[in-house]
Each structure stands twice: as structure tokens, then as C-alpha cells.
Design a protein around this ligand. Structure first.
Ligand SMILES: Cc1cc2nc3c(=O)[nH]c(=O)nc-3n(C[C@H](O)[C@H](O)[C@H](O)COP(=O)(O)OP(=O)(O)OC[C@H]3O[C@@H](n4cnc5c(N)ncnc54)[C@H](O)[C@@H]3O)c2cc1C
Length: 454
């Protein structure tokens, strides 16, 4: 059997590993447009320090989480302390810990209640922003009159920070969320890329053919004719296969009219369009000798709603790889604007923000800034998926259902983080989706039973 996998992110790598470990003689090729494996995992090393330009943590710390299980076996891991923030107002005032701690406790309690609702019954469609607007005022009575304004500001900031977690503005995110938590965040201290190289090693251990992973091979056309799928790359290479597994990011598939011949079925394309794909900007400021007076992360509470990308920066996190790296986050429509500014501008704006909010004019300019512009990249067109107000439960099945030939044989299959409702937007979701589709191919090949979808 011959299989072409499009994309060497975690889902593509996990699929190839599963296929080859079960059938080492399978003819598997991975076509990857960029010059490296890993996709949205982008670990770089600068002066002995690791920086994650893409995914940051494993969202989970239990064995059911496939990314965590691998990291536990081969990496050095630790718990993430991303919730330990100090909250600053734009006049340089730090909110008293007694208030911010109480706000965090209440906020996370509401969040847990929301998760419980999501996992129990189908609730009326409401955005996460509307849900918090309804719930938060119930707790205002827990604060003294002279604390309430600051408490409201901390809640406002916690909502903003939740947006980077969800990957979208909370007004766009539905509470009907099928995600199932697998525990707290885990840091991989030797870099998330190690998980990708682990899969690559297993692929070449199972089958020593040299060029299973073909880098710099951008796929431009996928043609299904009779019982063969032809894949055409921008460098002129044309390959035929029994099955093609598409792991392209959702952002790319949303704009893929030209890619499939015949075009994707309308129902599948509508579902792809309804699932949200968020815009997140993440950048790491590198300092040679920083002296932070505050050991926690810095959360910045703006005085007004953001009017441009500079107001949209939510604060700076101390990177788990070292106190001399601060990671800034932006979410939503201003991300594209942010991706267009120069590194010099970004460092200057960040320094002004840090000086203003931390009320400390001695904060120096960083030496460097490191980032990857996922949203304007034609290989990603965004960052990670979310359940939008338009998303319907059936969309995940419509998206991940394979395209069958006229004998009901699965010819074009779909994996990737956005195809898996219970763990969308994550690395473990990507791994599980790749394995799921590898199994589908193996099941079909071992039984040769056509698949029927409804
Ligand atoms: C900024 C950011 C922060 C994140 N933070 C976290 C986090 O903390 N925790 C977490 O669990 N997840 C996080 N994620 C999400 C996580 O990175 C993804 O869910 C996961 O890596 C996706 O894997 P994938 O295989 O589905 O897709 P990808 O990794 O996107 O792989 C798809 C591959 O397809 C390739 N490709 C695109 N077009 C073509 C083409 N035409 N031809 C051939 N190849 C093509 C791409 O180059 C890419 O390598 C984050 C993502 C981003 C961007």
C-alpha cells in the first residue's frame, strides 16, 4: 500500500510512525512544504537558552494525554506556573495580592463550573464572554467597596488572558465546548521539538528508506481519479498513492478551493469554515542581564479597550527556560497588524509598556526579539482552532470523514489538531488525530471493507 502524508507536524509524524511500526513495508512519504519538521512546534536555541516560538506547554499532566506520555518517557518536564501573575494598571500601580489572588480563585472556580456545564448537557449557545458577564457580578459582593474597581480590572485582565488560551476573542468562542481536560500544563524543559525528533527516529527505525520525509515539498494539487490519488508539488514532483492523508492546518484548508480536484464536498467545506481558527501573536524578548523586581509574570490591565496592536499586548510571561526571556502575547484581529511591524518597533513598544506598567524607567531595551508570524504565513494562516459561535457538533465528523472513491474506499483522509473535538488546538490532539487516521488506513487495508458514511 502507498500512502502520502501532507504535512510533517505532529499529526503527520504520528500517523507515519503508526503506519510504519505496524507495517514496516508500507510505502509512506511525508511531503512537507517548509525546510523542517514540527509544524507549529518551533523550538529554537539562542545562547544556550531554548525558546518556543510555537506551542509552549503540553496541556495536561496525565497518562491519557499522548504528548505528556511521550514527554514523560523521553524529556525533562516540570509543572507550568503560568497562573502566578502580578497585575499592573497602566499608571504603574500593582494590584494588591490579596485582591488579585481572590479574583484568580473566583475566576478559576467559574471556569471549572463552565467546564462542568460543557461536559454535561448541551447548553443554549452563548459566548464565553457572555457567560462570564453573567457569572462574575455574582461575586462582586465578596469585595469591599474600595476593592471592587480593582477586582473588576483583574477580572477583565483574566478574561483577556483566557483569550490567548482559547486562541480567540471570548465573544467569538462558544461555551458548547467538547474539550476534555487531561490536567494542568506541563513544561518540556529540553524543548518540545524533542517530541517531533522522537517520532522521526521511530519512523526511520521502522523503515530505513532514506527519503520518507521530503522537506521543501509544497503540495499544490490533490487529484482523486478512479482509485488513485495524485499529488502535485510546486517543484514539479508528481506522486500517486492509494491513500493521501491531509494534515494541513485549518487556516490553510479554509482557503483551499484550488487545492482539491474535484473540490471538497460542500458539507465538508462548510464545516471547515464554521470551526474557528484563532489569531495569536507570541514573541520572546531576550535580555542579557535582566533584574526584575517582581518574580511573577506581568499581566497588564489597559485603561481602555485596545485600539491597535500595542494596546492588545496582554503582558509578559517569564519564560520557563530562563528569567532573561519575557514572552508577550496578543490575541485577535490586531495580531496581523502586529505581525507587520519590525522587530525594532516591537522591542521599542514593549520597553515603553514595561516601563509604564512596572513604573520603572531603568528597564533596558532587550537585545533581541524572536517570533514566528503564523497568521500571515501561507503554511498556517492562523494559530490554533476553537469552537466558534457558528461551530456545530457535527462539524468535527464532517471535517474528519474521509473522501471515498466510487467503490467506497477511503482515498483522502484528514488529520490535524482541528479535527479532534475532545482535544482540539493541542499537541496531544494532533498526535491522536494522526494515529486515528493511520488506524483507519490499516483497518481498511487489513479487511478491505469499503467504508460507508452517512
Ligand atoms: C503560537 C502557538 C502557541 C501554541 N501553544 C500551544 C500550547 O501551549 N500547547 C499545545 O498543546 N498546543 C499549542 N499550540 C497548538 C499546537 O502547536 C498544534 O495544535 C499542533 O502542533 C498542530 O499539529 P498539526 O500536525 O495538526 O499541524 P501543524 O503542526 O500545523 O502541521 C501541518 C504541517 O503542514 C505543513 N504545510 C502547510 N501547507 C503545506 C503544503 N501546501 N504542502 C505541504 N505541507 C504543508 C506545515 O508547514 C506544517 O508543518 C500552539 C500553536 C501556536 C501557533
Amino acid at each position: 500500500m502507498s500512502i502520502i502524508i501532507i504535512g510533517a507536524g505532529l499529526s503527520g509524524l504520528a500517523a507515519a510512525t503508526e503506519l510504519l511500526e505496524i507495517n514496516p513495508n508500507a510505502d509512506v512519504k511525508i511531503l512537507e512544504a517548509s525546510s523542517e519538521i514540527g509544524g507549529r512546534i518551533k523550538t529554537i536555541k539562542i545562547y544556550d537558552k531554548l525558546i518556543e516560538l510555537g506551542a509552549q506547554w503540553i496541556h495536561g499532566n496525565t497518562k491519557e494525554n499522548s504528548a505528556y506520555a511521550i514527554a514523560q518517557a523521553i524529556c525533562n518536564t516540570s509543572n507550568s506556573s503560568y497562573r502566578e501573575c502580578s497585575f499592573y494598571e497602566s499608571n504603574g500601580k500593582r494590584i494588591k495580592e490579596a485582591i488579585s489572588n481572590k479574583c484568580c480563585e473566583l475566576f478559576y472556580r467559574i471556569q471549572n463550573e463552565l467546564e462542568a456545564i460543557e461536559n454535561s448537557t448541551a447548553s443554549p449557545n452563548m459566548s464565553v464572554a457572555e457567560y462570564f458577564d453573567k457569572e462574575l457580578p455574582k461575586y462582586y459582593k465578596d469585595f469591599k467597596d474600595d476593592e471592587l474597581l480593582e477586582a473588576k480590572n483583574v477580572f477583565k485582565q483574566l478574561l483577556r488572558m483566557n483569550e490567548s488560551y482559547m486562541g480567540a476573542l471570548l465573544t467569538d468562542v462558544s461555551i458548547n465546548d467538547p474539550y476534555i481536560s487531561t490536567g494542568d500544563n506541563t513544561c518540556v524543559n529540553d524543548g518540545l521539538a524533542k517530541i517531533c525528533y522522537h517520532f522521526q527516529d521511530r519512523i526511520y527505525k521502522a523503515n530505513r528508506t532514506k527519503d520518507i520525509i521530503k522537506l521543501n515539498h509544497k503540495v499544490e494539487k490533490i487529484v482523486l481519479k478512479n482509485s488513485t490519488v495524485k499529488v502535485v508539488c510546486s517543484n514539479g514532483l508528481e506522486l500517486n498513492a492509494d491513500h493521501v492523508l491531509v494534515t494541513l492546518p485549518l487556516g490553510v484548508l479554509k482557503q483551499s478551493n484550488h487545492l482539491f480536484d474535484p473540490p471538497l464536498p460542500k458539507m465538508k467545506q462548510h464545516s471547515i469554515n464554521r470551526i474557528g481558527f484563532g489569531f495569536v501573536g507570541k514573541f520572546s524578548l531576550y535580555y542579557e542581564n535582566p533584574v526584575w523586581k517582581d518574580s511573577k509574570h506581568f499581566a497588564f490591565i489597559p485603561s481602555d479597550d485596545p485600539k491597535d496592536w500595542t494596546d492588545a499586548i496582554q503582558g509578559y510571561f517569564k519564560d520557563s527556560f530562563g528569567q532573561n526571556i519575557l514572552t508577550g502575547w496578543i490575541v485577535g484581529p490586531y495580531t496581523l497588524q502586529y505581525e507587520n511591524v519590525t522587530d525594532e518597533e516591537l522591542m521599542k513598544v514593549s520597553t515603553n509598556l514595561l516601563r509604564k506598567y512596572l513604573n520603572d524607567d531603568s528597564i533596558p531595551l532587550p537585545q533581541h526579539v524572536f517570533r514566528y508570524n503564523f497568521c500571515s504565513s501561507e503554511l498556517f494562516k492562523g494559530c490554533y482552532s476553537y469552537v466558534s459561535m457558528e461551530t456545530q457538533a457535527v462539524d468535527y465528523a464532517n471535517y474528519s470523514d474521509p473522501i471515498l472513491d466510487d467503490k467506497s474506499v477511503p482515498r483522502i483522509l484528514f488529520a490535524g489538531e482541528a479535527t479532534i473535538p475532545q482535544s482540539y488546538s493541542t499537541m496531544h490532539g494532533a498526535v491522536d488525530s494522526g494515529k486515528r487516521e493511520a488506524r483507519r488506513i490499516i483497518d481498511y487495508q487489513s479487511r478491505k471493507i469499503p467504508i460507508y458514511t452517512i
